[in-house]
Design a protein around this ligand. Structure first.
Ligand SMILES: [Zn+2]
Length: 277
């Protein structure tokens, strides 16, 4: 089977690529998109991401096996004719906080474009449970945008996630931090802010890494699962999304949760799991 994996140079997609190369026999093509024009990126960060992708590909060819790489721009789409127009919309009906759908639409159209261009049977996208708190509303955007560009007979998959009983389950970002080989992790763009090796101390990538090293290193899988569940509860992910208050809900709640040193110390003491590092 031919597999297309969008690879940004960050933790999640790098690990997915590593897993596909080491645990499957699929014919893999990794595609890095130039996202420099996007508002959420910038040209300098994109240059660092492209460098990271090169280093990652070289490491994987040496340590895992051969595979194809491809570079290209994201596709431009006319969102005005799309089923979900390029506009702000509530993260959930009735919620005050909004998100832009256009960027999301562009990315999944690009996944579809390169799935078609590479002749892939499937595109695997490295979403973890922290990317999926919004029930299934966004699946519609993703599937339509992908299918319109990929053409028939190509599948869009999220290998780490499952949707059961109205809840997304699967691997979180912490689970990925636990699994990626340290050498490979060191090559990834580790910060959303500058793409460099530093710690901005503010972006989700840096916060997750600090949190993982502070609280999760010595835990077994059961302990980690309890932490993941607690994060979902405090940040209104998964089955806890329904408890979020429509007026005060913030997408960045997870940042506050990961930063809450005092709260976690108290929780660890009360739960009696693991030990402080
Ligand atoms: Zn950062």
């Amino acid at each position: 089977m031919k597999l297309m994996i969008p690879a940004s140079g960050g933790l999640d997609s790098t690990l997915l690529l590593y897993e596909a190369l080491t645990t499957t026999a699929h014919d893999v093509v990794a595609v890095h998109y130039d996202e420099g024009w996007l508002a959420v990126r910038d040209p300098r960060r994109e240059a660092l991401a492209a460098e990271a992708f090169d280093a990652i590909a070289a490491w994987l060819r040496r340590e895992a096996r051969e595979f194809r790489t491809l570079y290209g721009p994201t596709v431009e789409i006319d969102s005005s004719s799309a089923p979900f127009p390029n506009a702000e919309r509530p993260v959930r009906p009735g919620f005050a906080e909004t998100e832009r759908t256009g960027w999301h639409h562009e990315i999944f159209a690009t996944h579809g474009h390169y799935a078609g261009e590479t002749g892939a049977d499937e595109a695997w996208v490295a979403l973890n449970t922290w990317n999926r708190r919004r029930d299934t509303a966004w699946l519609g955007i993703e599937r339509v945008a992908f299918r319109d560009r990929a053409g028939p007979g190509r599948a869009l998959r999220y290998p780490w996630l499952a949707f059961r009983n109205g809840v997304w389950t699967g691997r979180s970002r912490l689970g990925n931090l636990r699994r990626i080989p340290a050498e490979l992790h060191a090559l990834t763009t580790r910060c959303y802010r500058d793409g460099g090796p530093g710690d901005c101390g503010a972006c989700l990538s840096c916060l997750a890494r600090v949190f993982h090293d502070r609280w999760c290193r010595s835990l077994d899988d059961v302990g980690l699962a309890r932490i993941e569940e607690r994060i979902e509860e405090l940040a209104y992910f998964g089955r806890h999304f329904d408890k979020a208050d429509a007026a005060t809900y913030r997408h960045r709640q997870i940042d506050d949760v990961l930063r809450d040193e005092e709260g976690w110390r108290a929780w660890f003491n009360a739960e009696g799991i693991g030990s402080e590092v």
